[in-house]
Design a protein around this ligand. Structure first.
Ligand code: F6R
Length: 606
């Protein structure tokens, strides 16, 4: 993970580096640092903790300099500490790095034998010493070519050099790096958002490429140092909404934004006038696609799982799913008639990107379902289906999950219509029903009072379970993931039918269990599973949809009813109380809701 920024200018840079680091904090927030060049010398300020702490430290040091690099860290090698914070400097250079140098142990031994002394436990420090070593006999450009060839693993790098008052290097392999063009100044950054307050003119480095920036010029090179030309993209000028409005937390705001996320997405993909799906840029004939492989990580993977249920239900496709970190290392039998779909909020997740890259190298059909349309995954897929939900800042994904599910649901409707696996009447009926979703989501948001009390129990629990069958199973997994990552409570998501095969042994008196039981074909069976956990002492929160048939069990601890929409759409609604449950459980414990411990928003290392 980690976020990097670099500015080369004729004006002081430290405050702008700090501002960009604040925007990059979603990538890592366990330590931060900055290095600038002042009179040819490298000055560093680093700290453990957030960018706010760094900002205070910088003001004490009165850090000057017109060239500088900055970093926010998500620790991989070495614990979060001031000494392990980037930049890492030698006498000659200072380096910021996002990624993992896999051969750092071997390189470190070689460099130590040559007399280089290491201060940190990071893999990054080898880069600083390696560059210094090569600089003894090589020009800067040749040094970079040679160093990059020595490094195994992934990286985005920013490097500044002692006594080089008009020069900065950026390089990329695996981890993203944007390059920005400004008025008599230039920039590098982990994403374009970090640069957006300074420029909307951006290029992206591709794997193996590096660049040499001066104030008024940027040169791009391939792995062997040959000059390359880069396309300059003009990004939209819309500033990102970093304002929490009347909310205290971004997550709270993002949960509440979901009815409009749904509306925006529907407006993009549904032609309401003709009542049809509006995906016209589909580059393949639907007859050329017989199977689908959906790939993602974490919450994005859960949206792949629910899409499998929808697609199997309504299309003739053979639908498979995989976790990106597994897919990329399996001996996959690639199929020409398969559409490989990559789901990712950030579009930068290292494993998902590597899985896409693998498919591209094998000349497969690829589609990206992403939020960030300028991301690496979006730029490399054949077809991009944006989820249109705006910047998601809370580390725990909420509205993006809603958007991912919605785009995949709409895609499954389009394919089923094209394949004639559902009738025109069913297709039109499902599309009409979809228009009711936003309103019902809005109503479902009004569960705070009830959830507040329920959350008190979940927050204090030793462990908890989330159960569901069919469409509700992926939502159970997602509910459990949210509770784990925000409230640090052990939570297991299970298919309700699996309980007897082992997990039932975990149920003990007072254990909180969420049972997701919409009135669908699984309803009776799920209710029986619910009775089995109640009989063993579980405190059950039942989430179902409103129906005239009352549920007859006096022993249900709490019940939440969502609107009675078409059964395909109930999972969208059931997601909302589970997001709120995790939110209020974390709030109760006083945890950092937008930045849970040990996590980061964009996972750019494997
Ligand atoms: C959980 C969460 C993560 C992400 C996962 C993939 O709340 O946000 O599990 O879903 O890291 O990230 P993206 O979607 O950016 O590929």
């Amino acid at each position: 993970m980690c976020g990097i920024i670099g500015i080369i200018s004729s004006k002081e840079v430290s405050s702008r580096i700090v501002n960009s680091l604040k925007k990059l904090e979603y990538r890592g927030y366990d330590s931060a640092g900055i290095a600038t060049l002042v009179d040819g010398n490298i000055n560093e300020v680093k700290c453990e903790g957030r960018v706010d702490v760094l900002e205070k430290d910088i003001s004490k040091f009165n850090l000057k300099g017109d060239i500088g690099i900055g970093h926010v860290r998500w620790a991989t090698h070495g614990k979060p500490s001031k000494i392990n914070a980037h930049p890492h400097s030698s006498e000659q250079v200072s380096v910021v790095h996002n990624g993992i140098i896999e051969n750092s142990t071997i390189l470190k031994k070689i460099l130590e034998k040559k007399g280089y002394v290491f201060k940190s436990q990071t893999d990054t420090e080898v880069i600083a010493h390696l560059v210094t070593d090569y600089l003894k006999k090589n020009s800067i450009k040749n040094t970079i070519i040679k160093v990059l060839k020595k490094l195994h693993g992934s990286f985005a790098l920013g490097i500044i050099f002692k006594d080089q008052n008009d020069l900065m290097v950026g390089a990329k392999r695996g981890s993203p790096l944007a390059v920005g063009y400004g008025p008599n100044e230039n920039y590098i950054g982990s994403d374009s958002y970090a640069l957006k307050s300074m420029t909307n003119k951006i290029s992206y480095l591709e794997d193996g490429e590096f660049c040499i920036l001066k104030k008024d010029q940027i040169e791009f090179f391939d792995t062997d140092g040959s000059h390359i030309n880069k396309k300059v993209m003009n990004l939209s000028k819309n500033e990102i909404d970093y304002d929490k409005g009347h909310y205290k937390y971004f997550m709270e705001k993002e949960i509440d934004e979901q009815p409009s996320t749904i509306n925006d997405c529907i407006n993009e993909y549904i032609d309401k006038y003709n009542n049809q799906v509006n995906i016209f840029n589909f580059p393949w004939k639907s007859s050329s696609i017989r199977s689908v492989m959906l790939i993602g990580c974490g919450t994005a993977f859960h949206s792949c799982l629910i899409a499998k249920y929808w697609m199997e239900q309504s299309t003739n496709l053979d639908v498979n799913i995989d976790i990106a970190s597994e897919f990329r290392y399996r001996k996959v039998r690639f199929k020409k008639d398969c559409l490989y779909i990559f789901v990712s909020q950030s579009g930068e997740t290292a494993d998902t990107y590597a899985a896409l890259d693998l498919c591209k190298k094998n000349k497969m059909k690829t589609c990206a379902v992403v939020n960030v349309v300028e991301s690496s995954i979006a730029r490399n897929a054949d077809l991009v289906l944006p989820i249109h939900c705006g910047q998601e800042i809370g580390v725990a994904s909420t509205k993006a999950f809603m958007g991912q599910m919605l785009v995949l649901y709409i895609l499954s409707l389009k394919v089923s219509f094209d394949q004639k696996s559902i009738t025109k009447k069913e297709y039109k009926y499902k599309l009409k029903n979809l228009l009711k979703l936003s309103n019902s989501a809005k109503k479902t948001l009004n569960v705070d009072q009830k959830i507040l009390n329920i959350a008190k129990v979940f927050a204090e629990a030793k462990g908890s379970m989330f159960l569901g069958r069919g469409y509700s199973f992926p939502i159970a997994l997602e509910g459990a993931l949210k509770l784990k990552e925000l409230a640090y409570v052990h939570a297991e998501g299970y298919p309700a039918g699996e309980m007897k095969h082992g997990p039932l042994a975990l149920i003990e008196n007072g254990m909180p269990v969420v049972v997701l039981a919409p009135r669908d074909e699984h309803y009776k069976k799920t209710i029986s599973n619910m009775q089995e956990v109640i009989a063993r002492g579980a405190k059950v929160l039942l989430i179902t949809n409103k129906n005239k048939d009352e549920i007859t069990s006096e022993n249900i601890w709490e019940k939440i009813e969502v609107d009675n929409l078409d059964e395909d759409l109930i999972p969208f609604l059931m997601t909302i109380p589970l997001q709120k449950l995790a939110f209020y459980s974390a709030l109760k414990k006083g945890y950092d809701i937008d930045k849970p411990r040990n996590l980061a928003k964009s996972v750019t290392v494997e």
